[in-house]
Design a protein around this ligand. Sequence first.
Ligand code: NAD
Length: 330
Amino acid sequence: MNVVAFFDTKPYDKKWFDVLCDKYKIELRYIEPRLSADTAQLAQGCSAVCAFVSDLIDAETVDVLTKKGVRAVALRSAGFSNVDMEAAKGKLKIYRVPEYSPSSVAEHAAALLLTLCRKTHKAYARTKEHNFSLTGLVGVNLKGKTAGIIGTGKIGRSFCDICRGFGMKLVAYDTSPTAGGVEYTSLDELLSRSDIISLHCPLTGETYHMLDKYALAAMKPGAYIINTSRGALIDSDALLEEIISGHLGGAALDVYEEETDLFFEDASDRLMRDETLTGLLAQPNVLVTSHQGFLTDEALHAIADTTLYNLRSFFDGQPTHNEAETAVKV
Ligand code: NAD
């Protein structure tokens, strides 16, 4: 059995990795702390580690890992912006899971959209307290409204399908427009025409703060924003201003630009020092979930299967298409 140090273990990871690890003849050493230069020594005796997007694989971590004899990092995520690829070059093979379940993220975006439009988050809290009043719960229909989709790759296309099911009109913006059945427009036109905007493009130098204060101000009054992609696509301070001014109808965020030290962990006994996040959470028309778009049984099963396949390929010296250096940084 090849042994792998599995960092940043959560109960939901173990469920599917435990089911599948025998199939790939891999033994997992589950470790709770996140991977960083301080914890990398816990990989002692393992030639491969398994890590998540919240783990920090910078030059210092790469150094400790290689000194401990580690030769591969299998990320159980698509993104690898947490890895210093230059530092890892020639020392560590970096594997990722390029695709697992686009519909899990698209369906979460739809859940957020429906919650915003029908205020079910407020209704849930009310009826638990035996408050059956409807005052303040008036929503809006989706049928006939225009959805603006930014990024029509795997997840964006899946979200388009869902919006079509609701009888919505679709406009889209993508630098490589390839989806059928969608009207592609410029970003400016999409901003001015959409009743809801959903983000599904990657975070790059070009897309950082794509929705800045000017873009947000150019949106239709009362429009909703859904972000299940990456937090820094939106300037969060500008978003808070547009929400407080009443220009935007609401926002639902599964990702947040300063999420690294907060999301995936229970921070309820800590002081909240992020004033922008506090401000957003305080608004009744803002919903925040902590990066859970991928969190379905189907997606977790696919992530475990591909990650273990990547590790098996490493141990067997077989090539795969899932090595990060051959992919575009996401
Ligand atoms: P994908 O690569 O299939 O699609 C991305 C699309 O964005 C492509 O069509 C591409 O042409 C387009 N694009 C690239 N640059 C653009 C730009 N400057 N402007 C407009 N469009 C641009 O990716 P995907 O699998 O659909 O994933 C989309 C994003 O979802 C990922 O980048 C990731 O950030 C996010 N994601 C979130 C979760 C979650 O749990 N919330 C899980 C997985 C992925």
